[in-house]
Design a protein around this ligand. Structure first.
Ligand code: NAD
Ligand code: IPM
Ligand code: MN
Length: 363
């Protein structure tokens, strides 16, 4: 029996709702496989925890999390706690503390997704954003200066290291080769950012020379945003800095019809620390508590997790089940034009997998 130990951080808002429903899927997968068992330990960390205890997670949170095969996270952040406090107290310390320097974000138009783009259904959308996840614009350094004077200012640093930039660019090329992709586009903005992005471009160009079989080019991120809308079918692998990758992937998911459908994998490629899987969306306070959050982003994140754990068979069964439910079009949440609840969509996916989906036992 292969035993998998997962840590679950539901977080806030719809993060709690999508994780509560999606964890049932693991039980169904156990039944189908027969040779794998998932144990789940849940951590109630997030904004409610902060309001009670003054911290987003316990001081030894990272050392608790370090013992597991993978982490599943819903979403973090809720009105009542400033976003920079909640994110700097939970999500970003995990990504950076565990050196999860790759944020892999596939953007793929599954059959039946209601893309707002006219041409999308003919030509398809299927690309992957490899987002730098450990430094850059998210390095957290800066200062408020001359507060309360006429000269008041804020400075926000973006720190790009050779090590950090080279490893993410290399990862993008290796990913392309390993997945039969033929082109890598680097998102730049070196016309305006005359240090950080000039440096980024230089390292991209140096690295690309080692991969002559892959078509490589730099595109300014503003033009790339336009390309994503006008000709998304030409995109294959995009490598982007932390901030650019963040923005491009919400746009990418919107091209699929909803921010609620796209997944992400925060990967520590060397396996020295656990990797973390979470949808790209946030806690959506505007729909939280209604039970109508789209669980597809969460389920697809579990697909990425299963693949990462070496369970490729279960990973492909799950994505096929999700695809079949979307393609059928009968059970969809309101963001995709349907009237179903989160629970009903997950029920339908469990049925497509051929199981009942009872609650999974606690670790
Ligand atoms: P958001 O992604 O929460 O919501 C943006 C819009 O998309 C909202 O209208 C929301 O209703 C909709 N939406 C998002 N996910 C959906 C889903 N699964 N189903 C249906 N509709 C969905 O972004 P925001 O409003 O900018 O952020 C809200 C909070 O979440 C903030 O505190 C922010 O910092 C946090 N946030 C956390 C994460 C994370 O934990 N990874 C990601 C993004 C935002
Ligand atoms: C995401 C989110 C986070 C990010 C925020 C909440 C810090 O938008 O995971 O996409 O910017 O990385
Ligand atoms: Mn984001």
């Amino acid at each position: 029996m292969k035993k998998i130990f997962l840590r679950l951080i539901p977080g806030d808002g719809i993060g709690v709702e999508v994780t509560r429903e999606c964890r049932r899927i693991l039980r169904v997968l156990e039944e189908i496989h027969g040779g794998v068992s998932f144990t789940l330990e849940e951590h109630p960390w997030g904004c409610r925890y902060f309001l009670e205890k003054g911290v987003m997670m316990p001081r030894d949170g990272l050392s608790i999390l370090s013992e597991c095969d993978a982490i599943l996270l819903g979403a973090v952040g809720y009105p009542g706690v400033p976003d920079h406090v909640s994110l700097q107290g939970l999500l970003l310390p995990i990504r950076q503390g565990f050196d999860q320097y790759v944020n892999l974000r596939p953007i793929r138009l599954l059959e039946g997704l209601p893309s707002p783009l006219k041409a999308a259904s003919d030509r398809g959308i299927d690309f992957v954003v490899i987002r730098e996840n450990s430094e850059g614009e998210y390095c957290g350094r800066g200062a408020f200066l001359d507060v309360g004077t006429e000269e008041e200012a804020a400075v926000q640093e973006a720190r790009f290291t050779r090590k950090g930039t080279a490893r993410i660019v290399r990862y993008a090329f290796e990913y392309a080769i390993g997945h039969g992709r033929t082109s890598v586009i680097s998102a730049t903005k070196s016309n305006a950012l005359n240090y950080s992005m000039v440096f980024w471009d230089r390292i991209f160009e140096e690295t690309s020379k080692r991969y002559p079989g892959i078509d490589s080019r730099s595109v300014h991120v503003d033009a790339l945003a336009g390309l994503m809308v006008l000709r998304p079918h030409v995109l294959d692998v995009i490598v982007a800095s932390n901030l650019f990758g963040d923005i491009l992937t919400d746009l990418g998911s919107a091209l699929l019809g909803s921010i609620g459908v796209s997944p992400s994998a925060n990967i520590n490629p060397e396996g020295r620390h656990p990797s973390m899987f979470e949808p790209i969306h946030g806690s959506a306070p505007d729909i939280a508590g209604k039970g109508i959050a789209n669980p597809v982003g969460m389920m697809w994140s579990m697909v990425l997790m299963l693949e990462h754990l070496g369970l490729a068979d279960l990973s492909s069964l799950l994505i096929k089940a999700v695809e079949s439910v979307i393609a059928c079009g009968r059970v969809l949440t309101p963001d995709l034009g349907g009237t179903s609840t989160t629970a009903e969509v997950v029920d339908e996916v469990c049925r497509a997998l051929g199981g009942g989906g009872e609650p999974l036992r606690q670790g």
